[in-house]
Design a protein around this ligand. Structure first.
Ligand SMILES: C[S@@+](CC[C@H](N)C(=O)[O-])C[C@H]1O[C@@H](n2cnc3c(N)ncnc32)[C@H](O)[C@@H]1O
Length: 238
């Protein structure tokens, strides 16, 4: 089985209960919105799409996609994280269908070509063998795979060693090589966030917007994209 950093860490009830609050409250709301935008932009139109999210955690994307009319399965290895997702889903009336399933992203319990789209957000930075996971995602997808990576040349590389489990950071050329090996074609890649995530999370929401304005003003150019914290990859099967 391909290993994943922090797989045990996410099984704990308190970690799961605090997951959304720690990352996506205060200025972190802006990161949550940005990530959701990236997923929606990549998948549009969402309605009636058959989507699998691996490592869905607390269901940030699964619930959103089902809310917008997709038929979604959210799979995660942690019962505690899934429990948060189910609670979130219970608070919203969905247009589409939504099912949460406990399972291992390395061995997906679905036949080949089962979904239109398979997504993985905030997962590849934890994967020791990304190719094995990407292959498995590709196997169960008919059309599209969407994921994000944390980037090697970003501010994160400076403080990565201090994070509880560190992150696997990717260069663009490494991801391009992974796509080639797994027969995926790049449709679009968006780069974002020069300012470290941690800064957004630590400031009130009202302060996040001006910093974000500066971030987007400086970002979005080839040279600064090189130093972006995160990339959103939209790919199709060949
Ligand atoms: C950083 S969280 C991301 C959750 C969610 N995708 C998000 O963006 O909020 C990583 C998730 O990966 C899950 N995970 C770790 N190893 C896994 C595996 N082998 N199969 C499925 N999920 C796994 C963890 O339980 C955790 O919920």
């Amino acid at each position: 089985m391909a290993s994943v950093k922090g797989q045990e860490w996410y099984q704990a009830d308190d970690v799961a209960e605090e997951y959304d609050d720690k990352r996506f409250s205060r200025g972190g709301q802006l990161i949550d919105r940005r990530e959701k935008r990236a997923v929606l932009d990549a998948i549009m139109p969402v309605e009636n799409r058959n989507v699998l999210e691996i490592a869905c955690g607390t269901g940030r994307f699964t619930v959103l996609l089902a809310d917008q009319g997709a038929d979604v399965v959210g799979l995660d290895i942690s019962t505690a994280m899934l429990q948060q997702g189910r609670a979130k889903a219970g608070r919203i009336e969905q247009e589409g269908t939504l099912e949460f399933l406990r399972g291992d992203a390395g061995r997906l319990p679905f036949p080949d070509d089962h979904f239109d789209t398979v997504i993985a957000m905030r997962f590849f930075h934890l994967a020791d063998d990304p190719e094995a996971f990407l292959r498995e995602m590709r196997r169960v997808s008919r059309e599209q795979i969407v994921f994000d990576t944390f980037n090697r040349f970003s501010a994160r590389s400076v403080y990565n060693w201090a994070l509880p489990m560190g992150s696997r950071l990717y260069s663009k050329s490494e991801v391009s090589a992974l796509l080639a090996k797994t027969d995926l074609t790049l449709v679009d890649v968006e780069d974002d966030f020069l300012v470290p995530y941690g800064l957004y999370r630590s400031i009130p929401n009202a302060l996040a917007s001006p910093i974000r304005a500066l971030d987007t003003a400086v970002g979005g150019r080839p040279i600064t994209d090189h130093f972006a914290s995160v990339s959103y990859w939209n790919t199709r099967l060949r």
